[in-house]
Ligand binder design. Structure first.
Ligand code: AMP
Length: 210
């Protein structure tokens, strides 16, 4: 089998654990990509593409990459039409609603509509809509935890791991929106066309200790 599998990896938190998992599966690459976006590996049939976390699912859905590693938070937010053949067991955290400690929840004084700042506008809107709780969603790209302090929003929806960032900004968790973890995703057509390669890779990753 000579066809090459291109695997999209996200820069940031999930990058090193993903590199470690592939290394455990015998697929090694330079752990420091520098400015290179396409990286060869020790397996001549596999190459890696290093992109922003939000773009992994876009590359895989379009077929520009055969497979990818992504968090289920960005995957559900983009709602990409891809296969999810494997949970990878790292990057575990939670997407939560949080608000100022001592602030009113779930209703605001005077029955006002809450403003919610988040990097996940789609998931936030869906979460509150499912509860019949109308909110105004404010999409931001970072530093979400500061939004209530500055009066931009009443609440936030963001990822929590240890809870240290929430505490440091005087916020407490109110509700869990979803549990989050890293998954391997696959392009539908690629999996059909290169089924043997996909299955072999899956088996190696499942057996890898990370
Ligand atoms: P913590 O202080 O450990 O609760 O981490 C919270 C901060 O880290 C927030 O700014 C989150 O957006 C970010 N964060 C936590 N877990 C993850 C993850 N698995 N992937 C990306 N960002 C994360």
């Amino acid at each position: 089998m000579s066809a090459t599998l291109r695997i999209a990896l996200p820069k940031g938190r999930l990058y090193q654990p993903a590199v470690a998992r592939f290394a455990g599966a015998g697929i090694r690459m330079d752990p420091d990509p520098g400015r290179r976006l396409l990286l060869p590996s020790s397996d001549s049939t596999i190459e890696f593409l290093v992109v922003k976390p939000a773009d992994v699912a876009v590359y895989v859905e379009s077929g520009a990459a055969d497979l990818g590693v992504t968090g289920t938070d960005v995957l559900r937010e983009t709602d990409a039409d891809v296969l999810e053949p494997l949970e990878l067991g790292f990057g575990d955290c939670r997407l939560v609603v949080a608000g100022p400690a001592g602030g009113r929840w779930p209703d605001l004084p005077g029955g006002r509509t809450a403003r919610v700042a988040t990097k996940y506008p789609r998931l936030t809107w869906k979460h509150f809509a499912e509860r019949g709780h109308p909110v105004e969603v404010i999409a931001v790209h970072g530093s979400v935890e500061v939004a209530p302090l500055l009066g931009l929003s009443h609440w936030i929806v963001d990822l929590v791991d240890t809870g240290n960032t929430l505490r440091a900004n005087g916020l407490v968790e109110r509700e869990t929106v979803m549990r989050v973890g890293a998954v391997l995703i696959a392009n539908r057509a690629s999996q059909k066309l290169k089924l043997d390669q996909h299955l072999a890779l899956m088996q190696r990753l499942e057996q890898a200790t990370g």
